[in-house]
Design a protein around this ligand. Structure first.
Ligand code: PGA
Length: 252
C-alpha cells in the first residue's frame, strides 16, 4: 500500500521479504534511469532481503551494476577489512561479489586508516569529487540513528568519527564473539552528507523499530532522533513492513 506523507512516499508491505522486494523495485528504477550514478549503501540486517532481490534481478539479467560507484554510509573503527563483521566484508558477502560491480568503484570508510580524522575528510572529498550521491539507502536504529549518527545535541554535518551509544552497542554486539571485540567507534557520513543525496530510500523492519518510525514521521525534528532530519529532505521513500508500521499506519 502506498501513501504520500508530505514530501515522503511511504510503502507498507506485508513482511520483511516483501519490504525487500519493494525496496529493490525502487532501487532498480533509479539504476535503470541512471546506470552511471553514485549509489549509497547501508549495512545491517534490514537491507539483506533487498540485496537478495537485487542479486536475483541481476542474475535474471534485469539490472547492471557495472558503471555505478558505491559509497557506504559507515564502517566500524578500528576494524580490519578481513574481519567478518566489517562493513567492507558485509557488502561483498551480501551483495557486491554476487553482481557485476567493479570493486575498484566501491567506497567504504577505511576502518584500517591510521588517522581517522584524515580518513573522514578524505571520504567526504571522495563523495564530493564523484559528484555527490544520487540515491542513498538507509536503515534506522531503534534510537533513531542513521548511519552511526547517534542522538546528539546537534546534527553532525560531515563524515565524522562517531562514538557508539550504549543502545547501538546493545543492538550490534550480538554479531561479535563478545562485547569486548566490538569496536566502540565508527567513521560515518554525517547528517549533512546524507541530506546532500539527491534521493533517499529508507527501509524499516520489525516491531522494535515501530517507535523510531513513528518518531521519524511524527516527532519533533531534533538531533536527539537524527532520522527526523529526513523530513526536511525533498525526495524520500520509506518502505516498512507491517510490524514496523504498526504505530503509523492509522495516522497516514
Ligand atoms: P539493522 O540496523 O538493520 O541491523 O536493524 C539498522 C541501523 O542500525 O541503522
Amino acid at each position: 500500500m502506498r501513501y504520500d506523507f508530505s514530501n515522503i512516499k511511504i510503502f507498507i508491505e506485508d513482511d520483511y521479504t516483501a519490504m525487500g522486494k519493494r525496496g529493490a523495485e525502487v532501487f532498480s528504477e533509479q539504476l535503470a534511469a541512471n546506470p552511471n550514478g553514485n549509489y549509497g549503501f547501508a549495512t545491517g540486517s534490514t537491507p539483506v532481503s533487498m540485496y537478495q532481490e537485487l542479486i536475483r534481478r541481476y542474475q535474471a539479467g534485469d539490472i547492471d551494476f557495472s558503471n555505478i560507484n558505491t559509497f557506504n554510509l559507515d564502517e566500524y573503527y578500528p576494524i580490519k577489512k578481513e574481519n567478518n563483521q566489517s562493513y567492507d566484508y558485509f557488502m561483498k558477502e551480501n551483495l557486491f561479489r554476487h553482481v557485476n560491480l567493479d570493486l575498484a568503484r566501491m567506497n567504504i570508510p577505511n576502518g584500517e586508516a591510521t588517522d581517522y580524522q584524515q580518513e573522514c575528510e578524505a571520504y567526504e572529498e571522495r563523495i564530493k569529487a564523484a559528484g555527490g550521491i544520487d540515491l542513498q539507502i538507509l536503515g534506522i536504529g531503534t534510537n533513531g540513528h542513521i548511519g552511526f549518527n547517534e542522538p546528539n545535541a546537534y546534527f553532525m554535518e560531515r563524515t565524522n568519527y562517531a562514538t557508539l551509544t550504549a543502545s547501538t552497542i546493545q543492538s550490534n554486539k550480538i554479531y561479535f564473539a563478545s562485547e569486548d571485540e566490538m569496536p566502540k567507534h565508527a567513521i560515518s557520513m554525517g547528517i549533512g552528507s546524507i541530506m546532500m543525496a539527491r534521493k533517499i530510500l529508507m527501509l524499516i523492519s520489525g516491531a522494535n523499530k515501530a517507535e523510531a518510525a513513528a518518531q521519524l514521521l511524527f516527532g519533533n525534528i531534533t538531533p536527539q532522533v537524527p532520522a527526523t532530519a529526513l523530513r526536511l529532505h525533498q525526495d524520500v521513500t520509506i518502505v516498512l513492513d507491517q510490524d514496523a508500521a504498526k504505530l503509523i499506519k492509522d495516522r497516514l
